[in-house]
Design a protein around this ligand. Structure first.
Ligand SMILES: [Cu+2]
Length: 171
């Protein structure tokens, strides 16, 4: 063995050792408890948008997709927005043949590996008590807090629809 190859072998051994330690610590959950920066990766928020509304409108819908990447259940514990007004998570149900929406009880559980889709006609964010209906081109920032996944800020563009044609919902 040349000096160079010995050094190479030592380096490789070192890398393998450290890699082994990391694998061990991750498996035992050590890494999760001691690296807060990585906590937020367990939740991914996608495709946020808010439906444009006439200026006099007091409420409109907000939509986004939340993915729980973790191998344990998580829960959405709080929602807020950077606008004067009130923000709720709503569900849809049929009462006497009529579709109606209602505030979901918080927290909203998102099972391990599952996705919570807030979309027109289904569960949604309800922006209420607005001073002015959001206009196309506005941007609204939501803050979503999760039991395990930390706090996430997501900025949603305001638009007429998500390109789903006639799928309109009255609020
Ligand atoms: Cu609603």
């Amino acid at each position: 063995m040349t000096i160079k190859s010995i050094r190479g072998a030592l380096l490789l051994a070192g890398v393998l050792f450290v890699t082994g330690l990391l694998a061990l610590s991750t498996r035992s959950g050590y890494a999760n408890h001691h690296k807060p920066a990585e906590m937020n990766k367990s939740i991914t928020i996608m495709e946020p948008w808010v439906r444009a509304a006439p200026p006099v409108a007091k409420r409109t819908g907000g939509y986004l997709v939340i993915k729980n990447n973790a191998d344990r259940d998580d829960a959405l514990t709080a929602v807020s927005m950077d606008l004067p007004g009130m923000l709720e998570v709503h569900g849809m149900r049929t009462t006497n043949g009529m579709m109606e929406m209602f505030p979901l009880e918080m927290p909203v559980v998102i099972r391990a590996g599952e996705t919570l889709t807030l979309q027109p006609g289904g569960k949604h964010l309800m922006l209420m008590n607005l001073k002015r209906g959001p206009q196309t081109g506005d941007r609204i920032t939501f803050t979503l807090t999760f039991r395990h996944g930390g706090t996430h800020k997501v900025t949603a563009p305001v638009k007429e629809s998500a390109g789903m044609g006639g799928m309109k919902m009255k609020h």
